[in-house]
Design a protein around this ligand. Structure first.
Ligand code: AMP
Ligand code: MG
Length: 630
């Protein structure tokens, strides 16, 4: 089949009324938005791809398809509905056929385009649409899943002009053919938040790690790339959904659980950006100078009822509400002369409209001021306050239990026997979890004994959403660590192409009807931190319902760095502004995975990717800075 002859169109323009008026296509399902699931299913079946949407256009654009807002054909009043989206899709369709599907059908069949096209061509029809039939039931048509000849736009325009609004109604005006599909579930759409949640839960229960891993081509647990490990982890973990309302100040650092929609325009009125004189832009002189009579004074917070007529102006303070008739503010220092009740100004010092802040320019009423999923920062506190909200819906804190394993470990305060080391990992892990805003359960040191380990894992599992352990997962470690972890659930053990931090245990364990995701980090102190930041961090954030990928920046390497291609290396670096203003990074001394000082001295991590080889002095490299302003 020639997929290039078909354009795909995802209909995401509806209002999602049963979902509480949210943008249905952007609802999260298994770590992605619904529309992304639909696009992923559609992409292999068609050539060009478009999304019909009327809100959040930039978000939709980011998914890499053309975004088409509704356009009513000439003579048709505006309305929202699938046919409006179809009309826009047909108007922009550059291929002979258009395949439309709704945005809430993440399971659409992989052979949808192929079978609809075959039926359309065999029957020389204008449109082919899908249908299903449960045993003993009537045929259930799914008219919105349809393949149409792009040349049928005039018929659609005529149908709409006649007041028609139904997709099946329009099909009846055409030569149409119904195509029966076997899998009814493939056309299931999602209408309520409950259905969405249910689907998410089922998926979480149904997908085993090996199922997730099987999506990775050439999957080998003993030679896994960092990227593939991250992908598997990202697909396997599930958000913990529980919302709580907290006082505005207490929301700092928490994950916003729902969009904050502005109930008002901010600012509420057009107002002045300067201390000066509000006047009518039309009165500004084209040349020479002009005089204005000062008819009133407006202070911030004290609007005036005055209406400025031609040749009049109003003295106004910053933030003062613009008086009726005025659209421009002359900053006071720009006045040519200021008299008792008059001013003069010269041509060209300002333009009409200058120094006026427009109502709603910060936030328009009805728009999302903050999106669910963001980690709340100081500016957001102010933004929420500017809307007048005292409380904020946030995700409940993620509960994370953690412990260290190893007979050689001692807790601080204990004497250090021969061959022993103080347990430092528990402190770095504490710090990293604390910074993520987790509720933490410190379970101390667990001895290298199967029973002690099983007891600890069970307790952790019954009390936490996630478990972070360190030590015991490397090759040399006693095998029972792995055995015990594996016995308690679906856990896999990887050797990852990275340095430091090769071994990693990951999965989900169960105990007494409870479950928790497990991150078994290696024991070496630097490896612990690197594995935490590059595997656990993002997964824990996803469980919290947040998206916060780490931003990599570029810096010039001041020295040569030896690096083996075929694995990812994380070197500790110190970045500073170079003489020419370009950031320059140098590696902190010894890079051994046990040398925690390298981490402490560093202010960034140099990320040398899989395919990269040796770095020469002066080469640009990726870095991950440790500190950010927020
Ligand atoms: P393992 O993965 O258990 O073989 O540990 C690897 C190395 O990391 C050994 O040298 C351990 O002594 C060390 N190590 C493991 N856990 C800790 C910890 N909590 N604090 C400091 N060092 C540790
Ligand atoms: Mg150990």
């Amino acid at each position: 089949m020639d997929t290039g002859s078909i354009s795909g169109l995802v209909l995401a323009g509806g209002r999602g009324s049963r979902m509480g008026n949210v943008d249905k296509g952007l609802q999260p399902l298994r770590g992605k938005t619904m529309v992304e699931h639909v696009l992923a299913r559609l992409r292999p079946q068609v050539g060009p791809l478009a999304i019909s949407a009327n809100r959040n256009l930039d978000t939709y654009r980011a998914f890499g398809a053309m975004v088409l807002p509704d356009e009513s054909p000439d003579g048709v009043p505006e309305y929202a509905g699938p046919l409006a989206g179809l009309a826009a899709g047909l108007a922009h369709c550059a291929t002979p056929f258009l395949l439309a599907v709704p945005c809430d059908s993440p399971f659409l069949p992989p052979d949808l385009a192929q079978r609809l096209l075959a039926a359309l061509q065999d029957n020389d029809a204008d449109v082919a649409y899908a249908a299903t039939q449960e045993p003993g039931m009537r045929v259930q048509p799914h008219p919105v899943f349809c393949l149409v000849r792009a040349s049928r736009l005039p018929e659609l325009a005529a149908y709409l002009e006649g007041g028609g609004r139904r997709v099946d109604g329009w099909h009846r005006e055409l030569k149409s053919v119904e195509v029966l599909f076997e899998d009814g579930d493939a056309f299931r759409n999602i209408n309520t938040p409950e259905e969405l949640q249910q689907m998410d839960d089922t998926a979480a229960g149904a997908q085993s790690l090996s199922q997730v891993a099987s999506c990775i081509s050439g999957y080998d647990p003993d030679a896994l790339s960092v990227r593939d490990a991250q992908r598997i982890i990202g697909q396997f973990v599930q958000p913990v959904r529980a919302v709580e309302m907290v006082a505005l100040r207490a929301s700092l650092g928490r994950v916003l659980a729902r969009d904050i929609v502005s109930p008002i325009n901010v600012p509420a009125h057009d107002n002045s950006a300067m201390d000066g004189y509000a006047l009518r832009g039309a009165d500004l002189p084209a040349d020479g100078s002009a005089g204005f009579k000062v008819v009133d004074t407006v202070y911030a917070g004290r609007p005036s009822g005055v209406i400025a007529g031609p040749g009049e102006c109003v003295r106004i303070m910053t933030g003062g509400v613009m008086p009726s008739g005025c659209d421009t503010v002359l900053p006071q220092e720009f006045a040519d002369s200021v008299g008792d009740d008059s001013i003069t100004l010269r041509a060209g010092v300002i333009r009409a409209g200058d120094n006026r802040r427009l109502a709603g320019e910060d936030l328009a009423a009805g728009s999302a001021a903050l999106k669910a999923g963001r980690v709340i920062r100081p500016a957001d506190l102010g933004l929420v306050a500017s809307l007048g909200f005292a409380e904020v819906p946030v995700q409940r804190r993620l509960r994370v239990a953690f412990f260290s394993t190893g007979d050689e470990l001692r807790s601080i305060g204990e004497p250090l026997g021969e061959g022993c080391v103080y347990d430092s990992n528990r402190y770095t892990i504490y710090g990293m979890l604390q910074r993520l805003g987790c509720e933490i359960i410190d379970m101390g040191i667990v001895r290298d004994s199967p029973q002690a380990l099983e007891d600890a894992l069970r307790t952790a599992c019954e009390n936490a959403d996630a478990i972070v352990t360190s030590g015991g997962v490397s090759v040399g470690a006693a095998d029972y660590t792995k055995q015990v972890m594996a016995q308690l659930g679906d856990v896999t053990f990887w050797k990852i192409g990275m340095r430091p931090g090769r071994p990693l245990a990951f999965g989900r364990i169960h105990s007494n009807g409870r479950s928790a995701f497990l991150f078994g980090l290696p024991g070496n102190p630097v490896a612990v931190m690197v594995s935490f930041y590059f595997f656990a961090r993002e997964a824990l954030l996803r469980m919290m319902g947040a998206e916060a990928p780490l931003p990599l920046l570029r810096a010039r390497s001041s020295g040569a760095i030896r690096k083996k291609a075929g694995r990812t290396e994380y070197q500790r670096g110190i970045v500073a502004r170079g003489a020419d203003g370009v950031p320059e990074v140098r590696i902190t001394g010894s890079q051994g995975s046990g040398i925690l000082r390298s981490m402490s001295e560093a202010n960034c991590m140099v990320v040398l990717h899989d395919e990269q080889g040796n770095v020469a002095a002066g080469d640009m490299v990726d870095i991950l800075p440790f500190e950010g302003l927020f």
